[in-house]
Design a protein around this ligand. Structure first.
Ligand SMILES: [Zn+2]
Length: 177
């Protein structure tokens, strides 16, 4: 099941589809930024960006903001993101800021507090991203990395709209795997 985009024009909210070692989410972000910057040394990854150096610099500015608890509905027995649900992160095209959603449990993304039809719901962001990408599994580190890469692609991407699943899959294949 491909999850629909959670974007809107003013504030791009990432769809859902990425540790559990006891470090804080800030520690995870620091490590993820370093990995993503390293990914750009791979020519296959760098070619997916118009200006890889600008993207590398932008990565240092990725932060967290509370974008709200993700919410889902049950449609024909399937869990789908509610319209305008907060997502994994956000690229603001006006300020060009990138923030991950602090309401995601980045330390243990498989155990993220959400709501389903208004009731408390445990959202497994790792399984959802694996499903979205069509890959067997996604680790916590990989979830954060692909989210940052996807936001950087909004900023300086060269291969099309990163909310297109095929573009996000290309980022996954070219940069992470
Ligand atoms: Zn996006």
């Amino acid at each position: 099941m491909a999850l629909p985009s959670l974007e809107n024009t003013a504030n791009r909210q990432e769809r859902f589809p990425r540790l559990g070692c006891g470090n804080s989410s800030g520690d995870h972000l620091k490590a993820s930024i370093a990995r993503v910057q390293g990914d750009f040394k791979n020519a296959n990854c760098a070619k997916d960006f118009k200006d890889p150096n600008a993207a590398i610099n932008k990565a240092t500015q990725v932060g967290f903001s509370d974008q709200g608890t993700p919410n889902f509905n049950s449609v024909n027995g399937q869990v789908v993101p509610a319209a305008h649900s907060p997502g994994l992160g956000r690229y603001n095209p006006f300020t060009r800021s990138i923030n991950l959603n602090a309401a995601i449990n980045w330390v243990n993304p498989a155990n993220t507090n959400a709501t389903l039809s208004g009731q408390p719901y445990n959202y497994n962001a790792l399984a959802a991203m694996a499903n979205f990408l069509g890959v067997p599994s996604v680790s916590g580190a990989q979830l954060m990395d692909i989210t940052i890469l996807q936001e950087l692609s909004h900023y300086k991407g060269a291969i099309g709209n990163p909310d297109n699943p095929s573009v996000e899959k290309s980022l996954w294949n070219d940069c992470i795997n």
